[in-house]
Write a protein that binds this ligand. Sequence first.
Ligand SMILES: [Zn+2]
Length: 220
Amino acid sequence: MIPPMAQYSIGVDLGGTNLRAAAIDAQGRILRKSSGSTNLSAGPDAVVADIVAAIRALREELGTEQLVGVGIGSPGFIIMDKGLITGSPNLPGFDNYPIRDEIERLLRAPVILENDANAAALGEKWMGAGREVDDLVLLTLGTGIGGGVIIGGRVLHGFVGMAGELGHMTVVPTGNPCGCGNTGCLEKHASATAVSSMAKLMGLGDDLSSEQVYQLAVGG
Ligand SMILES: [Zn+2]
C-alpha cells in the first residue's frame, strides 16, 4: 500500500520585488520552494494570477487534499478581518484590493493574509531564534523597516492591526515625510533606502548602498 501523503501548508512571501512560495509540513520542514518576481506594473489581478499559479504548481506535486491552508505575508498595513492590504508603498495598486478573498476564490483553499514581519516573527517563535521564549520583537531591515511583536506566544495586532509597525514609530518629530502619512518615521531615517538617500542629500554620492555608507562612516 502506498502511504498517504502528509498534510502541508503553503507560505507565500509577496514582496515589492520578489514573489516566493514554499510548501512546509507540520514539523516546519520545507518540502518544495519556488521563486519568481512580482510583476507589479501588470496590476494586482496579474500578481494574484502569478501567486495562484505558484501555489497550484506546488499543490499539484504534493496533493490537493493534503493542503491545509495558505498564508500570504505582505508588507504594509493589513486589515486582518477583511483580508486587505492598505498603505503599502511597496505594493502600489493593492490598496483595498480584496487579495485574500480573490486567492481563496481561485484556489478553493483557506487563505490567511498577514503582515510579512508579523509572519516572520511567528516563524522565529515557531522554528527559529524565539523558540525558547513567549515574548519577542523582530525587526526586518531592508527597503523599509518592518516590525513584529509576539506577546505570550501570539502576534500582537493591536486595535487596528498596526501594533507591530515599529518602522513607523516617530523618531524625528520634524523629520522626513513617510508614505504612511506621518513624518519622521524610523523607516524614513534608518532603513537601507533612507540611509542611501540621506547620503545622496549630503553629497556623498548618488548611488551608494547603505553598506557603502556604513563603510564610509567606519573609515571616518
Ligand atoms: Zn511611516
